[in-house]
Design a protein around this ligand. Sequence first.
Ligand code: HEM
Length: 349
Amino acid sequence: MGQPQPILEPLTPAAHFLVATIEPGGEAAVRDLLAELPGLRRAIGFRLPGAGLGCITGIGSAAWDRLFGGPRPAELHEFPGYDGPLHHAPATPGDLLFHIRAQAHDACFELAMAIGDRLAGVGVIVDETVGFRYFEQRDLLGFVDGTENPEGALPDSAAGAAALIGVGDPDFTGGSYVIVQKYLHDLPAWRALPVQEQERVIGRTKLEDFEFDDADKPPDSHIAVNQVIEPDGTEREILRANMPFGSIRDGEFGTYFVGYSATPRTTEIMLDRMFLGTDEATHDRILDFSTAVTGTLFFVPPQTFFDDLPAPAVAETAAEPVGDPAAPPGPAAGADGSLGIGTLKRSSN
Ligand code: HEM
């Protein structure tokens, strides 16, 4: 199995999420950035011992075809979006995801800044979210978030089985799929709900984080909807790395949902149940208090992928003269030439 990106590492107190689109003609510079990323992370992380700086990079479906030729991750596609009778999950643009994580925010910020510099002129950051750990791993609804995640840090652990691609897609073992969605909470409405009723929305007690007995668990509670049991009795699982975020000025209080899975199908089944309902519930009641405002699906290649990127897509290899004056600017545009891929740069249109 290819060495995974640090998906299975425990949640950190700080995270910085960048979602970017690639400008037409920016493909070569983005390839340079992807090749340079492991070194950038090492350089910044080494200056901050103990910060545990990590970056998980995801690539969207359309971007994949613009960046790489050769085999394609079997289940990579655009986020479908969900249109329920009451609640909607929009599909929003995104070619690249950088899920930066560390013990301290300065480390995350420094790496985000370096990525931003290299995207200047070749990509557009369409969403930036600063996530933080909030009391006892709680979300801003006040409930502990992440308890029932599958456990383990090794690929053969329960977490690895849920999140990492196995032998089913031999070219991409150790990879993963991630769906990210930004949810905004209606805190005034939530706070107006008595705690006992909030607990019925989630399906767990608020203070102790104990799960309700099945008999007491409302079918439209968040955990009843997201417990997906196969006919053979096995439970479908994903690995969540949700982070709270917010802005006091803007009155924005949210959860950045991050779901890693060996197949996007599992997360999609959960979303289908949340937004379109189950046999017993019209929708997940958490959605009466939380609105999805973004939604994007990415493939997360194994770490080794970045050491030796596949050849560019065919259109990209129809090379135009090196040093084309119309080539997009960008500090990473082959500046070091160390990987020899700068020569594939093309003009901006
Ligand atoms: C469980 C919060 C969105 C899937 C939970 C729990 C909380 C929570 C508090 C219970 C503790 C735990 O086991 O982690 C939230 C919030 C969300 C959100 C605040 C956004 C507003 C989602 C989405 C999915 C999802 C979009 C799937 C697509 C799950 C799963 C569980 C869970 C699988 C564990 C169920 C179990 O086996 O008990 N979530 N969640 N969540 N959530 Fe979410």
